[in-house]
Ligand binder design. Structure first.
Ligand SMILES: C[S@@+](CC[C@H](N)C(=O)[O-])C[C@H]1O[C@@H](n2cnc3c(N)ncnc32)[C@H](O)[C@@H]1O
Length: 323
């Protein structure tokens, strides 16, 4: 029987968890119960048993979303069509020309997905430790790698970037392509990636840029035309877009690239280079093939001859760890 004082607070925190906390005075003392609602479902935690932070909860729900094969297939169908392969080959040639790794160097591909980029690295003569926390993605990765006979060069294991099993200073090169944008606790991810990087080693990341032309235009179009229909949060790390399933959620962040560089700095990594990745992803919304091809040509032109990252949607950031 519950009697006496009771307070009830409903809040929506930065990671999009709706929570209600009630404190009851029972015959056995004060009992605090927190109910967190995620999308239509809810989870119940007694604070006595478990103290979950909102970061834990949103990380868990993103992990559940990414456990599903459909989202990985959606990305493959969107970004790995034959028509944009030439672009990625150009980009990886350029990255290697900057890093100048000796033949046989080892890369960590953190958040490898279907291993498309691990394969690019292996084809250029390097070894790769490819990790991802999604078994669905890893299944696609294993098929891809064995179809090309690259098992000897790419080792695939299931790991979470937030708790890497590697010793400090293990890898000279880390690739983290299109991954941080899906991690709610991005600060923890940065410190883990920095931890496993060797002194003088380099990390290459690709993230979407919240200050790009595409982001600014689409943000304003959405603000006026689709008011209230999307869950968008403005955070120091960038603009966070949340998409929901029945019991899971996917975060896609358009990064505040300067903030990201500063965070790496506090893990003793300094900026070597920031350059444009794809200027725009507008091709994903266009079905007319010739128009899509013109966009790919423009992206290639921008990457090859202009490289200025500030108006570009994709940004590549290369950082080096202090010696
Ligand atoms: C957009 S995909 C990019 C895949 C690959 N890097 C590429 O560019 O093709 C993001 C990948 O990051 C993985 N991922 C997200 N958060 C992760 C985490 N905390 N630990 C390990 N993998 C993660 C996802 O499962 C997914 O395969």
């Amino acid at each position: 029987m519950v009697r006496g004082e009771r307070d009830f607070v409903v809040s929506i925190d930065g990671s999009n968890q709706y929570s209600a906390t009630a404190t009851f005075r029972t015959g056995y003392g004060r009992e605090k119960v927190t109910v967190r609602f995620l999308s239509a479902r809810y989870q119940l935690f007694s604070n006595r048993r478990r103290k979950a932070t909102s970061n834990d909860l949103s990380s868990e729900s993103v992990e559940r979303f990414l456990a599903q094969p459909d989202i990985h297939q959606e990305w493959i169908d969107t970004y790995y069509r034959a028509e944009n392969q030439a672009y990625y080959e150009l980009v990886f040639d350029y990255i290697i020309s900057i890093l100048k790794p000796s033949k046989g160097s080892m890369f960590l591909d953190a958040g490898c997905g279907n291993c498309a980029h691990s394969i690019r690295l292996a084809n250029r003569g390097f070894f790769v430790q490819a990790i991802d926390f999604s078994e669905a993605a890893l299944e696609m990765a294993r098929k891809n790698v064995s179809a090309r006979g690259l098992q000897g060069k790419i080792s695939i294991t299931r790991e979470n970037i937030l708790a890497l099993p590697f010793e400090d200073d293990t890898f000279k090169y880390v690739l983290c392509w299109g991954v941080l944008m899906h991690i709610p606790n991005v600060e923890k991810a940065i410190s883990e990636l920095a931890r496993v990087l060797k002194p003088a080693g380099a990390i290459v990341i690709s993230e979407n840029n919240m200050h790009s032309l595409q982001s600014v235009i689409l943000r304003n179009v959405r603000r006026f035309l689709v008011k209230g229909k999307r869950d968008v949060r403005n955070t120091p790390a960038g603009m966070e877009y949340w998409r929901y399933g029945p019991a899971e959620a996917l975060l896609t962040r358009e990064a505040n690239i300067r903030w990201l560089i500063e965070r790496f700095k506090s893990s003793r990594l300094t900026l070597d280079r920031r350059l444009a990745d794809e200027f725009t992803e507008a091709y994903i919304r266009i079905s007319l093939r010739p128009l899509r091809n013109s966009i790919h040509r423009f992206n290639k032109f921008w990457f090859k001859y202009v490289k200025t990252p500030y108006p570009a949607y994709g940004n590549i950031v290369i950082l080096r760890k202090e010696e």
